[in-house]
Design a protein. Sequence first.
Length: 367
Amino acid sequence: MKLVFAIKALSVPGGGAERVFVDIANGLHARGHDLQVMTFEPAASGSFYDLDASIPRLDSGVSKITKATQLLSLPRVRSRILAAKPDAVVAFMPSCYVPLAAALVFSGVPFIASEHNVPARYKSQPLSWLSMKAASCFATRFTAVSDQMKRQYPEIVQRKMTVLPNPVDIVADAQADVVGAPGQGRIIAVGRLHEQKDHITLIRAFAKLADEFPGWTVRILGDGAERDRLRQEISRHNLDGRVELPGTVRDVGAEYRAAQIYVIPSRYESYGLATIEALAHGLPAVGFADCPGTNELIRDDVNGVLVYPDDDRAGRLADAMKRLMADADARCRLAVGPLDSQEHSLFSILDRWEYLLGDAKWHETGM
């Protein structure tokens, strides 16, 4: 098939959606599909993740990413996509699929919007929520990363949604040493430094345990608007040197392998890619039972610990972390990995993408 895969940007350190975008684009290209990538940034921009260099970039004509330049570029974007004569266009995230839905309206090109957030993400963004629902009227199909995520969307979106989990391929020998050195250990968290991820609670929970476990540290991988706030919280609890914010790291696998416990303090998730990866590396995971997405992946006392926050979120999280920090045998017992690892293999997910793309083409064109 001739395909155009689009996303707002690839050159800056990205999150889970950008990584999935690159994995799917590379995989479909390797399977022989004629695939081009379009972003709302200069065509010569590179990719933070390793996009196959042989995949051509379709120039959107945007020299700098702003909402104004995106809107002004839409006629040119439409013209260039139609000139490519794709069998389908796939746009990841509302920052890309909303403007592309407008650009391709009544074009007859099958259009798939790939969503990676739960509706709670839009709670403080009512205009984005309305734009997403408007875009759903023109999309041939939507993708969601889990059934739980899909059920949270309004019916107008749900009826177009197909569940396609995030792909995760982990080699069998890439397992974490969950025992670690005597009296020492590392807790890892991976995700954007965003209020949704609630890393503040992780820092506060660790502060309750730091004196009792002087050989333990915390590493929070990722970047975002919360960095300064998190730094202040670290200093307030005298945890400088004990809680690290190294930013976005390319070799996340090495970070998982060097850790003993994975903690996801998020208030909501779609279907956490980092959690799946951590579990696949054999890390016991700790997360909140009231967090959509997390509570689908962590099975309490099977591959991790689910925390019921009550009225003391940091305190309950500290209790769960302490159980695992103090007991290497418990960490070993919970190091069983994700329960449905085959479902998330790249090979399996690519099969499902090919089926969706073929179905969308048939639905839109009757061919």
